[in-house]
Design a binder for this molecule. Structure first.
Ligand SMILES: [Zn+2]
Length: 242
């Protein structure tokens, strides 16, 4: 049975996705490659899509996935065009080669290796393109960054170790997913406070209260009972915004 598939690129891609159910399923990027064939893709596949290709040899430690399943290529385009892979492939489909993408990809990885010279396995799979676009033009003291990273890697309250790399560049604590107090700790302190909020001194049900780090993590406070107080939702919000 042969189908002749007509329509625009998006319609073709959607159709490929629908019939992609038998045998070994194609990856999303393999499907895109079937739609956006041309000179650009031929060049891109030489660089990004072979077992010992240049892109894999350069970035294998930093990027997830396999070159032959097109996952390195997918990551490169996603970094270059902020997630809009199909848009990029459509615009560049008939370019003579993929040198623009390759140059950008090398810039990202070289920046990572220069900024974070000590390799750790947590560096694999980070959205380096986003970090390069945001922070790549700043100058950092790499020794200082490394000291911060080493400390944070040992901090049990940091539950998202991959996020450390974004945190040392951005200073945004949400990257680290700081450990929250567990139910039994909060129950213990709730009983000890007799249900009274430590800030507004009113009584609340347990469900209406939040576990708060008395000394915030950023000021050296740990996620331990001695550093826990129960606050009502309003006071907790006020304190976080202070
Ligand atoms: Zn309160």
């Amino acid at each position: 049975m042969i189908y002749f598939c007509e329509g625009n690129d998006k319609e073709k891609l959607d159709w490929f996705k629908i019939i992609n159910i038998a045998g070994e399923r194609l990856t999303d990027q393999e499907l895109r490659n079937a739609v956006y064939t041309g000179t650009w893709l031929t060049s891109a596949k030489c660089i990004f899509s072979k077992t010992q290709c240049a892109a894999y040899n350069l970035s294998g430690k930093y990027v997830m996935g396999s070159p032959i399943r097109q996952e390195i290529l997918q990551t490169a385009i996603s970094w270059k065009n902020k997630g809009n892979i199909e848009e990029y492939m459509s615009v560049h489909q008939h370019d003579p080669n993929a040198n623009e993408l390759w140059t950008y990809f090398q810039n990202v990885i070289n920046w990572v290796m220069l900024t974070f010279p000590k390799y750790r396995k947590e560096m694999k799979g980070i959205d380096w393109g986003k970090l390069y676009d945001t922070y790549g033009s700043n100058l950092y003291d790499t020794n200082e960054l490394e000291n911060c990273i080493a400390d944070l890697m040992m901090d049990d309250d940091v539950t998202n170790k991959k996020g450390i790399y974004e945190f040392v560049l951005s200073g945004e604590e949400r990257c680290l997913n700081i450990r929250a107090f567990i139910e039994s700790q909060k129950r213990r302190i709730y009983e000890y406070q007799r249900g009274i909020c430590n800030m507004c001194h009113k009584h609340f049900e347990f469900e209406k209260m939040r576990g708060d780090h008395i000394t915030p993590w950023s000021k050296g406070g740990k996620t331990v009972d001695d550093n826990l107080q129960m606050l009502c939702e309003d006071c907790n919000r006020k304190k976080l915004n202070m």
